[in-house]
Design a protein around this ligand. Structure first.
Ligand code: GLN
Length: 516
């Protein structure tokens, strides 16, 4: 072996050794991570003190969050929290988008049909909250008859409220919104988990709210996992360990006063029966929801068209301040999300007026129609203005030279032509509006989408129900688009003239005949 080839081999061995060391290094660096399983944990972060946004805005905090982090350490699992709506947690577990859910979730027989629960980790119960000025009127569950009650969607509080006869129930996305509704004076009571209501009264800005009577139920919270998840046992063992080591007590006392209650091994509710899903109920609910959606759309189109026409006239007028005002209006309502506008109108305006010492609250229908009409007026104004301005100026001049007034010109010459040009964008706006009505579900309005959500919240058949909801929207928008294309054809003078010339023939032969 000569010197050169020796050097060659030494270099090769050296390089291989470095590569080997690097590989070992990378492997040992990565392996602890690889060994630690990642668990995606869903939670609805508007349920303080169990789960909420941390004060610095970064990440989550609360009793449940601390507890699950401790479970993660105990069971050697890496925890990743994911925020989602409460009524979306069980569907997300079913589809395995998340591996577990901790969200102050009560262990119930219905839920246990679709998910597995850990052993109980917290004892809770439902309480009635009222405004201080009505505490003499509502003292117990029986006093809630025929009252207005706010609840959070898909919760045990919502189920309990269903049992009250004659009650008018509004469902909100979370209990914070329901309590806000009570504080704003729009409902008489809220049925919600006692620890959460008490915390909101103490820490939140709800000094006009109070809890009355005794607890309505005894409930136990559990961690929910997909059916037959291998993690159930790990989580159970970790909770046992935390209870025995005193770590659970420490966490409890960080968030609540006093000693934690003794927890059973199995929640008593699991001995009960679950609710069943029925197709006829689904169709009935969707039918009512569709009627509400149609009513909302019709009212909003009606008021939106009046508003839009006024705005369009203002925007082409010669009086400059009027033009500017209508521009500001259109820019604002087109430039901000409809959802934000709904919140501003429903929650913002009443609380502003109340802070001025006046008694004011918005009825939900009024708020929904106002928001949708104000918003669609902005879009309609642009469509109407565009349509009018698209008509050649020569037509104005010709009409004027024939001695027609502004109104006559508009009515007989400009508008009929402009209207035909407006039809396609008007059709688009109408279809958009049908779909946009689903946004008012957020203020508890029981239109089509909300009816679906409410059914998913009790039966957990998310795929079947949301598909049915989508099909009903599709049917509504399909009918709307057919009506608009029929209108377009009817108002087309060429086609109409040809039809008159030859009632049986097509448009083409009609023109042909009239030409020959
Ligand atoms: N404990 C109630 C339930 O499980 C409410 C939970 C919640 O709103 N996060 O239904």
């Amino acid at each position: 072996m000569n010197k050169n080839s020796l050097q060659f081999w030494l270099r090769r061995i050296g390089l291989s050794a470095i590569a080997l060391l690097l590989a070992i290094g990378i492997h040992s660096y990565l392996s602890p991570l690889a060994a630690q399983e990642v668990l995606k944990v869903g939670t609805e972060p508007a349920f303080p003190p169990f789960e909420m946004q941390a004060p610095d805005g970064k990440g989550l905090t609360g009793f449940d969050i601390d507890l699950f982090r401790a479970i993660g350490e105990e069971a050697n699992l890496e925890i990743q929290f994911q925020s989602m709506p409460f009524d979306g947690l069980i569907p997300a577990l079913q589809s395995q988008t998340i591996n577990a859910a901790i969200s102050g979730m009560t262990i119930t027989a219905e839920r246990a049909q679709t998910v597995d629960f850990s052993r109980p980790y917290f004892q809770s119960g439902l309480a009635i909250a009222v405004r201080k000025d009505s505490k003499d009127e509502i003292k117990s569950f029986d006093d809630l008859e025929n009252k207005k009650i706010a609840v959070a969607i898909g919760t045990t509080g919502a189920q309990e409220a269903q049992k009250i006869s004659g009650a008018e129930i509004s469902t909100f996305d979370n209990s914070a919104l329901a309590l806000q509704e009570l504080s704003n004076g729009r409902v008489d009571a809220v049925v919600n988990d006692a620890p959460v209501t008490l915390y909101a009264i103490k820490v939140g800005n709800l000094n006009n709210v109070e809890v009355v009577g005794e607890l309505l139920t005894e409930e136990y919270y559990g961690i929910a996992l997909p059916k037959n998840s291998p993690n159930v046992e790990k989580v159970d063992d970790a909770i046992d360990e935390l209870l025995q080591s005193g770590r659970y007590r420490e966490l409890y006392q960080k968030w609540f006063a006093g000693e934690p209650a003794k927890l059973p091994l199995v929640a008593p509710a699991l001995k009960g029966e679950g609710a069943a899903f029925s197709w006829s109920q689904l169709f009935r609910n969707l039918f009512w929801g569709a009627l509400v959606t149609i009513m909302l759309t019709a009212l909003s189109v009606f008021f939106g068209t009046i508003g839009g026409t006024l705005l369009a006239v203002a925007s082409i007028s010669d009086f400059k301040p009027l033009t500017w005002l209508s521009r500001i209006y259109i820019d604002f309502f087109r430039g901000t999300p409809l959802l934000v506008q709904i919140f501003m109108i429903y929650f913002g305006i009443p609380s502003l007026i109340q802070s001025m010492g006046l008694d004011f609250s918005f009825n939900r229908l009024l708020a929904a129609v106002t928001a949708l009409s104000l918003n669609s007026a902005a879009y309609l104004a642009e469509i109407i203005r565009g349509g009018i301005q698209s008509i050649d100026i020569g037509q104005w001049e010709a009409s004027q030279s024939m001695g027609m007034s502004w109104r006559q010109t508009m009515r007989y010459v400009i508008f009929p032509q402009a209207f035909r040009r407006m039809l396609p964008p008007l059709g688009n706006e109408f279809i958009t509006l049908i779909k946009d009505t689903s946004l008012v579900a957020i203020i508890g309005f029981e239109e089509l989408f909300r009816q679906g959500q409410l059914m998913v919240a009790t039966t957990y058949r998310s795929f079947a129900i949301y598909t049915a909801v989508a099909l009903v929207y599709l049917l509504l928008t399909f009918i709307a688009s057919r009506v608009f294309s029929w209108l377009e054809k009817r108002l087309d003078p060429v086609k109409r003239a040809s039809k008159q010339a030859s009632p049986k023939g097509s448009a083409k032969t009609g023109i042909g005949e009239s030409l020959t």
